[in-house]
Ligand binder design. Structure first.
Ligand code: ADP
Ligand code: MG
Length: 223
């Protein structure tokens, strides 16, 4: 298996949601890379934002905050240092702390897909492919794959979604890079089989663009 056992040992005690700082080590061996950089203070946040390039997205990086936007802890399309500082201050106030760690990301335009790993008591691990973002909760547009499965199976699952036309260049839009989306789905199947310690994995949304897929919201729960 790709993932370092030592890392799992370090993270493993008690399980629960994995810290944003530890997610890349867990997913990196499968070619899954969350976008953005962590910043633990205001100065770092604005420095990272200029590095990333405006407009940016600033969101809380706290494993105990599960639904960030519900609490106003995601700010999209910030275009200045002042905007970033204001966001970090507002997040800290909301959580009643003097400062909070944030994730600073590029603002990405794309079609939102949700991918995930769940564990069924009788079937074992399943990879979910679904319409992402707000649509996930509203539309019943999802399908499940039982690993191990092939790249072709992943391609079929993606094309079986009702939202497929949106990925395929609906109304003159540029089609998204489906091959990278397929690779991401296959990687989740590999990871689900390799690392049984991963109880739940949630990528929502994956931003699908003509130039590839961008993982803007990654949550991993260990058993
Ligand atoms: P949560 O799911 O915890 O509320 P997300 O990180 O998924 O937080 O952000 C909420 C929504 O904000 C996403 O569904 C997406 O529509 C939008 N969003 C998040 N990150 C980005 C980004 N980097 N670029 C563009 N839109 C984003
Ligand atoms: Mg999300």
């Amino acid at each position: 298996r790709g993932v370092a056992l030592g890392l799992l040992d370090d993270l493993g005690d008690g399980g629960g949601w994995v810290d944003a700082a530890d997610v890349p080590g867990l997913l990196g061996p499968y070619g899954l890379e969350p976008v953005g950089r962590l910043a633990n203070d205001l100065g770092t946040a604005t420095r990272v934002a200029s590095d990333v390039g405006y407009p940016v997205v600033v969101k809380i990086a706290d494993r105990d905050v599960v639904h960030k936007s519900d609490r106003g802890l995601v700010r999209l399309g910030l275009d200045s240092d002042e905007g970033v500082e204001e966001a970090v201050r507002a997040f800290a106030a909301e959580l009643g702390r003097s400062t909070v760690p944030v994730l600073v990301q590029p603002f990405v335009r794309g079609v939102e897909v949700a991918l995930g790993v769940v564990r069924d008591p009788s079937l074992g691990p399943l990879v979910m492919v679904a319409a992402g973002g707000v649509a996930t909760g509203i539309l019943d547009d999802r399908t499940f794959l039982l690993p191990p499965f092939s790249r072709q199976d992943a391609a079929r699952a993606i094309r079986s979604l009702r939202m497929w036309p949106l990925l395929d260049g609906y109304r003159g839009a540029q089609p998204v890079d489906t091959s990278e989306l397929e690779r991401t789905v296959v990687a989740l199947g590999d990871l689900a089989l390799d690392v049984p310690e991963v109880a739940e994995l949630d990528l929502n949304p994956v931003m699908c663009t003509p130039n590839g897929t961008v993982l803007v919201d990654v949550r991993v729960r260990l058993a």
